[in-house]
Design a protein around this ligand. Structure first.
Ligand code: SDX
Length: 426
């Protein structure tokens, strides 16, 4: 195994092993560093730190590559289904026809929420953000399906994961309708996963409703494209919380809440709001570009930039194609603005030098809006897609040979010891 040698304060040199990944990534293995040197490493934001090895997805930020278990996402979007991708992420291999049939029937059996559970979402104050509803509802499911935290509960964990993937469409649909028409549509096992979700969300009640096939196809693609993405903020939250042998539902709840922030999954909602602001400003994209470049202005171009990609986010390219196809190349004011803003940003030296490109969130909201979703639902749709990735990463961690409680160190920079000062003397 390759080694790196460091020498601290002229002391004896210390060898650190170099770990290598499948695609040639290399990492200094510093597991023995503190014992050997008394030192830890400092890396706010983990830009230089691999917290774990993983076999679930591979991202090459320089080349703009994303693969799930080795399969390029564009091939999965073109050939697979979201449920098949969920199976692939969880078990590591594409299912045989029999395995897929068994998986689909298990999902179909578990799609309905527990009796009376929809009342939970009705209890929220009107206007509660659906991400808060979903997070609470998922944590509560742990009361219905207990004991899914310990390392010895492998089968209970696997069953709970299947249940959650199965029930999530009903939860998401209801998080939308519980604040509106309150028409609760039961899951229809005769429909595919994405079609059933759209039926539960938009069926006005009664018979005869059929989800738009173009919307079903676009939803399948969007769910696949959101399914996993390495150790992003929300996945890291799931792993961190899960490392304490916290139950599966609470660990996923942590992921939902982490995803809701505007710098992470909440960006897709902010993109549409930004485009609406640009439209309200008479389409003045240059004004918003100048604000994004102004270091004294906290405004950032929503849907642009990434902690890992220094090239096009491959998902953004695919979603852009689907947005244009779904809108049947008709003129759509927000899509036209998004295309104009992208063109101007990619030609602007500020963004070129910083290698800032559109990310997964830039065009997705335009598709969701065209399907009829309000912008506050966009991040919940991101969570619906990311769920299989969170579950696969949680399982990978829990079933790995070493799954220590995660507890980062720190460098303390506060006061040295000092004595208490009575209030009268302050
Ligand atoms: C997701 O990690 C994942 O995998 C996440 C995700 C997933 O699938 O899970 O891909 C999903 O979260 C995508 C990101 C969605 N967020 C947004 O679209 C919000 C807008 N983007 C930015 O806030 C920003 O790009 C971040 C937060 C995503 C990354 O910010 P960083 O870490 O500061 O990026 P950087 O180090 O590349 O920044 C370099 C420079 C900085 O300026 P300088 O200090 O050099 O002057 O570029 C600037 C940044 O301020 N910059 C931007 C910008 N993004 C980076 N300036 C204006 N607008 C932007 N969008």
């Amino acid at each position: 195994m390759e080694k790196a040698t460091i020498r601290v304060d002229g002391e004896d040199a210390i060898d650190l092993l170099i770990a290598s990944g499948t695609e040639g990534e290399r990492a200094l293995d510093i597991r023995g560093l503190r014992a050997a040197t008394g030192m830890v490493t400092l890396d706010p934001g983990y830009g230089n730190t691999a917290e774990t090895s993983s076999e679930v997805s591979f991202i090459d930020g320089e080349a703009g590559i994303l693969r799930y278990r080795g399969y390029p996402v564009d091939q999965l979007v073109g050939n697979s289904t979201f449920l098949e991708v969920a199976y692939l992420l969880d078990r590591g291999e594409l299912p045989t026809p029999d395995q897929m049939a068994a998986f689909e029937s298990r999902i179909a059996e578990c799609r309905a929420l527990p009796d009376g559970f929809e009342k939970v979402l009705e209890a929220f104050p009107a206007g509660t953000h659906p991400m808060q509803k979903i997070a609470t509802a998922i944590a509560l499911l742990g009361a219905y399906y207990p004991r899914t935290g310990g390392s010895g509960e492998v089968e209970a964990n696997r069953l709970a994961a299947t249940r959650l993937v199965a029930m999530m469409p009903a939860l998401v649909a209801w998080s939308h309708r519980s604040d509106r028409d309150r028409v609760y549509i039961d899951p229809d096992p005769g429909l595919g996963y994405a079609a059933d979700f759209l039926n539960m969300t938009f069926n006005p009640g009664g018979s005869g409703y059929q989800p738009n096939p173009a919307h079903v196809q676009a939803m399948e693609a969007l769910l696949i494209l959101h399914a996993d993405h390495g150790q992003n903020l929300s996945t890291s939250a799931v792993r961190l919380v899960g490392s304490g042998q916290t139950d599966l539902f609470s660990s996923i709840c942590a992921g939902v809440l982490a995803l809701s922030g505007p710098l992470h999954g909440g960006a897709n909602q902010r993109v549409i709001e930004m485009l609406e602001d640009i439209r309200a400003a008479g389409g003045d994209t240059r004004l918003f570009l100048d604000r994004a470049k102004d270091r004294n202005d906290p405004f950032r171009l929503m849907g642009f930039g990434h902690r890992v990609y220094r090239n096009f986010d491959p998902r953004a390219l695919i979603i852009k194609r689907h947005a244009r196809a779904l809108l049947d190349n008709q003129s759509n004011p927000l899509l036209d603005l998004a295309l104009k803003l992208e063109q101007e940003a990619l030609a602007d030296d500020f963004f070129i030098r910083r290698r800032i490109y559109p990310n997964v969130d830039y065009y997705s909201g335009i598709i969701y809006q065209a399907m009829g979703f309000p912008s506050e639902m966009f991040t919940v749709l991101f969570a619906l897609g990311r769920l299989p990735g969170w579950l696969a990463q949680l399982r990978e961690m829990r079933e790995s040979s070493s799954a220590p409680l995660k507890r980062p160190r720190q460098i303390y920079t506060g006061y040295s010891q000092r004595d208490y000062v009575p209030q009268a003397e302050r």
